[in-house]
Write a protein of this length. Structure first.
Length: 138
């Protein structure tokens, strides 16, 4: 005899688990982190230290309103190896680190980068960037 399993409930539980796995964090502004003696953010209930060297670099290329960590989103609906960066300040930072031209007239606040660029970005900003995984289960 098979147990009575509700597929809709199971799908909801899996979606909720995956959603909470990557989004349980509070971002701080660059200004807030620069004022802290030992800068950190909380990610999934744990302290995640931020390197001062990275904050000093970001201070030179971004506004103090930049939200950290910068999320690098892997979305299953995108082509394999494509990473999405969202937000005006975030795009500005990533573009400068990668040496990409930024179209100031483009209203869209989304930038797509690829794995080779991701390596460069993470080499420069290992503690101020964070992976975010989105999965479409439909």
């Amino acid at each position: 005899m098979e147990p009575n399993i509700n597929p809709d409930h199971e799908r909801y539980s899996i979606n909720k688990f995956l959603h909470n796995l990557n989004t349980n964090f509070r971002r701080k502004t660059l200004k807030e982190l620069l004022e802290e003696e030992k800068p950190y953010v909380i990610v999934n209930g744990q302290r995640h230290r931020i390197k001062k060297r990275e904050l000093e670099l970001l201070k030179e290329i971004a506004s103090e309103n930049l939200k950290i960590p910068i999320t690098l989103e892997f979305d299953s609906s995108l082509e394999c190896g494509t990473i999405k960066v969202e937000g005006k300040e975030e795009i500005k930072v990533v573009s400068k680190i990668l040496g990409k031209e930024l179209d100031m007239f483009n209203e869209e606040k989304i930038l797509y980068i690829y794995k080779p660029e991701l390596r460069i970005l993470r080499r420069e900003l290992p503690t101020t960037t964070m992976y975010l995984f989105r999965m479409g289960l439909d």
